[in-house]
Structures are given as C-alpha cells and as structure tokens.
Design a protein around this ligand. Structure first.
Ligand code: GCU
Length: 130
C-alpha cells in the first residue's frame, strides 16, 4: 500500500528549519537541515497496537539541488544503515529513496542524520508501508 506519511515539518529537528520556498513538497513545507555533519530529523512512527511489527518499507522523499551526494545515516530504533542522497537536479525536483526496515509494535523512531559537512538533503517526508 501507500503507507502512512509522516511530514518532516512535524518531526523533531536538530539543526535545521522548516521552509517552503521550493515547490513540489508535500504538506506545508520541508526541512532544510543545517549544512553540518550531525544535523538530523527524527520521526516517531506509531502504529495501532501490533500494527507495525515486522518487516516494512520506508520511503524517504528528498531533494538535493547540488551535484554532491549527501550521504546520511538512517537509524530505525537505533539500527543504522548508510544511504546515498545524490543530486536530484534541482531543489524543486523531489525523489523517493526506498529501503527495507524492521519495526516494532507501537512507537518506533526513525532518525536521518547528515554524514557530511553539506548536511542532509532537503527532506519532505517519510512513509512507512507494509
Ligand atoms: C540552498 C537551498 C536550500 C538548501 C540549501 C542546502 O540554500 O535553497 O533549500 O537546503 O541550499 O545546500 O542545503
């Protein structure tokens, strides 16, 4: 299915700001993380009781208007994977990255942390689907 969407502008932001100046985002905006390593966004993904336990698909919608890959660490309940967020051609061109994750029933945390001094790409939302 399409899953449940969690907008970045509703998440916890460490070093960054909600902005809306680049068209094509979902919701009221996106998060422009500061251009520093370690800046992050953290979402709490909460299902109905038992509803999210097990294998799921995580989608991350982003834009990177530069030509530099903005590698980031994606942590799901602390379990980390590193993913590339290559340039999308423009800040108004949004792309979705997909990865498999394992979720617990109830609350789960999803954190995307910038690994390079360029920071994260602009992040629009995450979706969780099973
Ligand atoms: C530009 C762009 C921002 C983006 C930033 C960046 O300033 O307008 O939306 O976040 O570059 O390099 O991260």
């Amino acid at each position: 299915g399409t899953g449940t969407r969690y907008e970045a502008e509703n998440a916890t932001i460490s070093q960054g700001a909600v902005e809306s100046n680049h068209a094509g985002h979902s919701g009221t905006g996106f998060v422009n993380g500061d251009n520093v390593a370690g800046s992050y966004i953290e979402w709490t993904v909460t299902g109905s009781a038992g509803g999210l336990a097990g294998a799921a698909t995580l989608r991350v919608r982003y834009a990177n208007g530069t030509t530099a890959n903005r590698q980031a660490t994606i942590a799901v309940n602390g379990a980390t994977v590193v993913r590339d967020f290559p340039g999308t051609g423009a800040w108004t061109t949004w792309t979705t990255l997909t990865l498999p994750v394992t979720l617990n029933a109830g609350n789960n945390t999803v954190r995307i942390t910038a690994n390079t001094a360029n920071g994260n790409p602009n992040l629009d939302y995450i979706e969780v689907a099973q």
